[in-house]
Design a binder for this molecule. Structure first.
Ligand code: FAD
Length: 404
């Protein structure tokens, strides 16, 4: 019993509220929202939204009426502390909300660049709608963008900036793009495709300073001694999970808010989900913290089920996507720890999948412009099945037969 109070109205927070009502929960549900918009989808911020001209309402999960109809109380404000003994959440406004169960869905924030001039107006980040909106507005007046970090968000933005006619340089400290997340085969494919589009990718270098004149960015200096002219800098160097609220309340934290396989913190009346949660994973061993819509949404559903009487450990299969230029990357499973890869399809024809194996066990599939392989991978994993590396490499092997 008692009210469910949810801190953070992003992908995870929104979904817990919606799923609680779907499951028939009739108690009070409050969604604490510290952004000045109805809950919205984040992925388009570096993709369709920044490219197009649709308004903010195109991103919203649901119109305002939904929250009224479902009696989900959207409370504008920021949570500042948890009084665990009194079961109360304190907001910056001074209001104290009593909770039966508290959900921390605080997400993550951008890791900031620690360089002089990094706080100038022409140095941008991409996490929230306001970031995307302001980039979209200033881009037409910009000529040369330097993007720091060749992760998903940096490369998605790079493609868009190039399509919009800007000169684009991307800096990456690692020897290949998206190195933490994808195989070398996929990195190399995207490096080539971005180069074809006229984007210059600089690997193994970092930015050492940002130059400015009269408060305007003029360029970026690199660790190899070069200078790149720029009138716009976009930083995508990763995120930090928002764990402070939990830590200040004495809950265990590490590289995320520590939760068990039920997504419960050490306090049985407080759970954490999504980007901020470091969750125990019997399936993958140890603990995981993932940054994806799938993870936030499936965590939310698992928790809403537990809070309405259906207690099961979290055990969903991860999947992810990224759109860069005309290419669509989709990932099924978690590919970390593979020792062997098998290609299906042909990178030269711009459509292939990389099947990642550890021994004979299929860990995951990275697909480029092969949506069929991706959906196959998700269905195969849901059935806890595998195919052999030989079958994966053989284009005449009918994938559907493995699902029968
Ligand atoms: P969030 O969606 O970040 O929501 C957390 C919310 O909590 C935020 O609104 C935050 O302001 C709020 N908050 C934090 N602290 C407090 C507080 N104390 N009080 C009140 N509110 C608070 N994932 C994919 O799977 N595919 C993609 O293509 C993809 N593209 C992306 C592109 C961009 C530009 C970004 C930024 C992310 C992308 N992601 C993508 C990742 C995905 O959006 C996140 O994994 C997902 O949003 C995580 O959901 P969440 O609810 O955990 O956190």
């Amino acid at each position: 019993g008692g009210p469910v109070i949810i801190v953070g109205a992003g992908h995870g927070g929104y979904q817990v509220a919606a799923s609680l009502r779907q499951a028939g929960f009739s108690g009070r549900v409050c969604l604490i929202n510290d952004e000045a918009h109805l809950p919205y989808q984040r992925p388009p911020l570096s993709k369709a939204y920044i490219k197009g001209s649709a308004g903010p309402e195109s991103l919203m999960f649901r119109p305002e009426k939904f929250y009224q109809d479902q009696t989900i109380e959207l409370i504008a404000g920021r949570a500042v502390s948890i009084d665990r003994a009194a079961h109360k959440l304190l907001l910056a406004s001074g209001e104290a909300l009593p909770y039966g169960h508290l959900v921390l869905a605080t997400g993550a924030r951008n890791r900031l660049l620690d360089l002089p001039n990094a706080n100038l107006a022409d140095v941008k980040y991409l996490r929230i709608l306001d970031d995307s909106e302001s980039l979209r507005q200033i881009m037409p007046s910009k000529k040369r963008a330097v993007i720091i970090g060749a992760g998903f968000i940096g490369l998605e933005f790079a493609s868009t900036a190039r399509i919009k006619g800007l000169e684009v340089d991307v800096l990456e400290l690692a020897p290949r793009v998206m190195a933490r997340a994808v195989t070398a085969e996929v990195s190399e494919y995207f490096q080539e495709r971005h180069r074809e589009a006229g984007i210059r990718i600089h690997l193994g270098v970092q930015a050492t300073s940002i130059e400015a004149e009269g408060g305007k960015v003029t360029g970026v200096s690199l660790s190899d001694g070069r200078h790149l002219p720029a009138d716009l800098v976009v930083v995508g160097v990763g995120v930090l999970p928002n764990i402070e609220l939990a830590a200040d309340a004495g809950l265990p934290v590490a590289a995320g808010i520590i939760v068990d396989e039920y997504l419960s913190t050490a306090d049985p009346d407080i759970s954490a989900i999504g980007d901020c949660a470091l969750f125990a994973s019997p399936r993958f061993g140890g603990s995981q913290r993932l940054e994806s819509v799938q993870n936030a949404t499936d965590h939310a559903r698992c928790l809403a089920a537990r809070l309405t009487g259906d207690r099961k450990p979290y055990d969903s299969h991860p999947w992810f996507w990224s759109d860069q230029g005309d290419d669509k990357l989709q990932i099924a499973g978690l590919t970390t720890g593979y020792d062997r890869v098998v290609l299906r399809g042909d990178p030269a024809r711009k459509a292939f999948s990389v099947f990642c194996y550890k021994g004979d066990r299929l860990l995951g599939i990275e697909s480029i412009n092969r949506a069929g392989d991706h959906m196959f991978g998700r269905r195969l994993q849901a059935m806890d099945r595998s195919i052999t590396p030989e079958q994966a490499a053989d284009e005449s092997f009918d994938l559907k037969s493995a699902l029968a």
